[in-house]
Write a protein that binds this ligand. Structure first.
Ligand code: GAL
Length: 957
């Protein structure tokens, strides 16, 4: 035994090999009877600045680590100790070290971890033991009781070591040296925080003589005969039993029985057991057959439409060290929001997550821990996936994923990795996976010719392009033309958005070849921070970083759903509920792929001006997947006072399920009834000039400027045309975009600094007219804006006419009026809600009566930006005013100005001012997904065009 550190003692760090000493990969399972001991808990830690700063004497029994820090394992050392052990670094694709593979910097933070443990008294003395690490970033060397047992790379993959011969009943010393950077880091350039540490479980597993080693559950389903076929191949012979199916066979033996298949919609699992001489292992068997047939991805004979999301593992305090409850929370949230699929971007998740996917029902694309995106900066020169020296490491990663996860029915597709360019190493991985597991398909987005893969997959392709693909007009290789298509990433959920996902869904539903997609991404990777609320890239002083590009999830870091998730839930709902309200029927469509509608109960209600006047249940046949029916609605209530009316039909869970309670809403639709009468007032009062003031009905104006001052007792300040919004991440656009980086264009053309020139204040018989021209310095284009005020004595009407002048080079961010109110807290409105909605993100905005506080209207995007608009508002009440729109408008109210919102970098920068700023927008520019994808579709762009819109104000008495 030697404790001397020589330079060669750290050679493994920069070695392209996956490591040495670890056992071959195998299935991950929890034994029924073999003992195991969790080594999670409090460990001692010492962090050194370089890989060789300290010798390895710490691994020797008797070493005194009394003055070392204590940290939690699983954990990342940079998220513990308030920065004492180093800080997180966020980069999207840039390597945060010089690119010189396989070399890494001398400055290589190295965490020496020590854990002392005793064996439980009932730990058997016979048999062997295995020490398992489920995840260590990025490279570890391990000693047990002073013996060097090996080293490994492959951060999000399991590694096991035989240790039985080294164990003692008590006083065992487990020493793990973890290096932040290693050759493996070149293969792990995913867009996420770099977070070193032992971040998944460490477990000691007893291995009785004759225990299970590795096994492969092959459970297929024949949709023609309704039979399942089971064969469990096991390295150690034994028997397999499935009591519910009366199965009791030897391993390796094939057996057939009538079964209920597994699908994400009906995740039927059969409990079984694998018994060898020395061990019993519980099995959860799902029968299903995945195949490529008729150019489609089919499961159990049916094409699947993926309504998916990309999920990184994330917790705002613990980083990628997730506990079971957090994983379950993710799965439940996904199921409750109608998602049916997850891509485990960009590495195999904690194995317990896949158990949950099996149990609750989610299709999984299990992705290997591989990304070399940073090589794009050098035109992919030296890319490890095209360099044979790295192939063993790539194959090791593929095998560790496939062997670990092969027994999960939820896993239907293996993915080679993400953004690793192209090369022989990827081909080798695909060949190995195809050879090892013919029961699943292989995915890799970077393979545009689908050379190695079973589907054509892309990310962020535009609507127009995927429509072409849907129509099979996209060309490509012969092989690709025969393959189905998925969008493995789309709908970049960064900040406000994503916009345009309903338009994607329409295409997915229209063309068979388009088998859906996966929103990027599940959760904002914000890190809880004492001053900033949530930190993002750059907040830890990183030399290179990509800012808030790491905050692009459908849920906020605390897993509160963002409006994007609610929009997605609506867009992908399992039941279509539509109709134009004219023929007394509602068209109900089962949009599921496997289940009929029997799990759902339907309800109707009839609203007048947003108030429900009658409701009841609706009997809908248990339609088969894909089927539609026109279901008769009851007679509408006879007298409803002439208000605007509509039907709302909802689909609810008919009974409690594993993931949602009875009554949980899965889908809804609204059908119009009687149209809304637009507010009209007779201009019976005229403006009356006074001492510096003009009065008109309940209002007073500044006589010189024509500016509104009061409506009854309510002070109103600064009312004028407004075109600016605090730019969203999607307005900012990605740096590689051209033409859709609206924020840059808007600022270039001065839309954030529009000047308002007063051209005239005209006191007419029945109207006060204020003429203005609104335009930015330096440019000749502008907007003629005329405010025409009239009153019937009680109410005040503003009609705004806008006429573009000159050539408008860009769309407008917004078009409406903004004003300040001295006070406002509660807000009521009749219109779209409860959450925000923009032209291309308002599928989930439901016409109803809503209430909120001003604070409650804000959406807390981690980087503050335009948010919170309520769409299709007929009327709103706030700050003592009632406002009716002609036509409907977007309502926004906040305790800060747009300029303050625009300037803030974190939510903690927003300080409430006295005034509540209200925007009443006739129109808004769409949101799009330009932060990493296509911009705003033409139909949602706000062009400068002649337009007129009105608001009727009255004081609430
Ligand atoms: C993709 C990549 C993801 C993420 C996303 C942008 O190109 O695969 O990891 O970086 O863009 O957020």
């Amino acid at each position: 035994m030697s404790f001397r550190t020589s330079p060669s003692a750290i050679d493994y760090v920069e070695d392209v090999s996956p490591g040495s000493g670890a056992l071959p990969p195998r299935a991950w399972y929890a034994s029924s009877d073999a003992k195991s001991l969790s080594l999670n808990g409090s460990w001692r830690l010492r962090v050194s600045p370089t890989a060789d700063a300290e010798d390895d004497s710490f691994a020797e029994p008797g070493f005194d680590a009394g003055d070392w820090a204590e940290v939690a394992v699983p954990g990342h050392w940079v998220l513990q100790g308030d920065g004492a052990f180093g800080l997180p670094i966020y980069t999207n694709h840039l390597y945060p070290f010089p690119v010189d593979p396989p070399h890494v910097p001398t400055e290589n933070p190295t965490g020496d971890h020590l854990h002392l443990f005793d064996l439980p008294e009932d730990w058997p003395s016979e048999g062997g033991s295995v020490l398992r690490f489920d995840g260590v970033e990025s490279c570890a060397r391990v000693w047990l009781n002073g013996t060097d047992i090996g080293e490994f790379k492959g951060s999000r993959l399991p590694h096991e070591f035989t240790v039985g011969h080294l164990l003692k009943p008590s006083g065992n010393v487990l020493a793990v040296r973890v290096h932040q950077w290693s050759a493996g880091s070149y293969l792990e350039d995913q867009d996420q925080w770099w977070l070193p540490g032992i971040f998944r479980d460490v477990t000691l597993l007893h291995r009785p003589a004759g225990s299970v080693l590795d096994f492969f559950v092959n459970a297929s389903y024949d949709h023609i005969t309704g039979e399942g076929t089971l064969r469990v191949d096991s390295d150690v012979d034994g028997r397999v039993s499935v009591p519910a199916l009366d199965i009791d066979v030897a391993t390796g033996e094939t057996v057939t029985a009538a079964v209920q298949p597994w699908s994400a919609e009906v995740p039927k699992l059969y409990d079984g057991e694998l018994v060898t001489e020395g061990e019993r292992v519980p099995l959860r068997i799902g029968f299903r057959t995945v195949e490529l047939a008729d150019g489609l991805i089919k499961v159990n004979g049916r094409a699947v439409l993926f309504k998916g999301v990309n999920r990184h593992e994330w917790h705002p305090e613990k980083g990628r060290a997730l506990d079971l409850e957090t994983m379950r929370a993710d799965v439940l949230l996904m199921k409750r929001h109608n998602l049916n699929a997850v891509r485990t971007s960009h590495y195999p998740p904690h194995p317990a997550f896949l158990d949950l996917c099996d149990e609750y029902g989610l299709w999984v694309i299990d992705e290997c821990d591989l990304e070399t995106h940073g090589f794009t900066e050098q035109a992919w020169r030296d890319n490890p996936v095209d360099d044979d020296r790295w192939t063993p490491a790539l194959l090791d990663r593929a095998a560790r994923m496939v062997e670990r996860d092969k027994n999960h029915p939820s896993v239907v597709i293996w993915s080679l990795g993400n953004e690793a360019g192209t090369g022989r190493g990827l081909t080798a991985m695909a060949e190995w996976i195809h050879g090892r597991d013919a029961s699943r398909l292989v995915h890799y987005e970077g393979d545009w010719n689908s050379r190695d893969t079973d589907m054509y997959s892309r990310m962020y392709a535009s609507h127009a392009e995927i429509e072409q693909i849907g129509q099979e007009l996209d060309g490509g290789t012969h092989k690709r033309r025969e393959l189905p298509f998925i969008l493995c990433e789309y709908g970049h959920a960064m900040g406000n958005g994503p916009g345009g996902i309903a338009d994607y869904q329409e295409l997915f539903e229209k063309y068979d070849r388009l088998q859906g997609g996966f929103i990027w991404e599940w959760i904002d990777h914000g890190i809880t921070h004492p001053e900033l609320g949530y930190a993002y890239g750059g907040d830890f002083g990183e030399e290179l970083h990509d800012g808030n590009f790491v905050c692009d999830g459908l849920v906020f870091p605390d897993r509160r759903p963002s409006p994007g998730l609610l929009e997605f839930k609506k867009v992908i709902e399992p039941v279509g509920i539509e109709g134009d309200g004219t023929d007394g029927t509602v068209r109900v469509t089962n949009k599921q792929d496997f289940a009929d509608l029997s799990a759902f109960a339907f309800e109707w209600s009839y609203q007048v001006d947003g108030e429900t006047v009658e409701s009841g249940s609706l009997s809908v046949p248990a339609l088969a997947p894909g089927a539609s029916a026109d279901v008769k609605l009851p007679e509408p209530p006879a007298d409803h006072g002439g208000g605007e009316s509509q039907w709302t039909v909802r689909a609810l869970l008919a009974a409690d399920t594993a993931w949602g309670p009875e009554g949980h809403e899965v889908a809804w639709g609204q059908l119009p009834g009687t149209a809304r009468a637009l507010p009209s007032i007779a201009a019976s009062d005229g403006p009356v000039p006074g001492d510096g003031v003009i009065t008109l009905g309940p209002a007073s104006f500044d006589a010189r400027t024509g500016a509104l001052r009061t409506i009854g007792g309510v002070e109103v300040s600064g009312l004028r045309l407004d075109v600016w919004r605090a730019t969203t991440d999607n307005d900012e656009g990605a740096e590689w975009q051209t033409g859709t980086r609206y924020a840059e264009l808007w600022r270039k053309y001065g839309l954030h600094r529009m000047r308002h020139r007063l051209d005239g204040v005209e006191v007419g018989d029945d109207a006060l007219t204020v003429r203005t021209r609104v335009a930015p310095a330096a440019w000749e284009f502008g907007l003629a804006a005329v405010y025409r005020w009239t009153s019937d004595g009680n109410r005040l009407k503003l009609t705004v006419s806008v006429g573009p002048e000159g050539e408008w080079p860009v769309p407008l961010p917004r078009l409406g009026v903004r004003f300040g109110l001295a006070q406002a807290d509660g807000v009521k409105w009749y219109g779209g809600g409860p959450g925000e909605g923009y032209p291309d993100t308002k599928s989930a905005s439901r016409l109803d009566r809503w209430e909120s506080t001003v604070d409650g209207l804000q959406t807390p995007y981690l980087r503050p930006q335009e948010n919170g608009a309520r769409a299709d508002v007929r009327w709103a009440e706030l700050g003592g005013l009632r406002i009716e729109g002609d036509p409907e408008f977007f309502l926004t109210a906040r305790r800060w100005t747009t300029e303050q919102l625009d300037a803030a970098a974190h939510l903690t920068d927003l300080k409430a001012v006295e005034t509540v700023w209200v925007n009443l927008d006739h129109a808004l520019h769409g949101i799009g997904t330009g932060s990493c994808g296509p911009g705003v579709l033409p139909q949602y762009q706000l062009r400068a065009e002649p337009v007129e819109f009105s608001f009727v104000f009255s004081e609430i008495s």
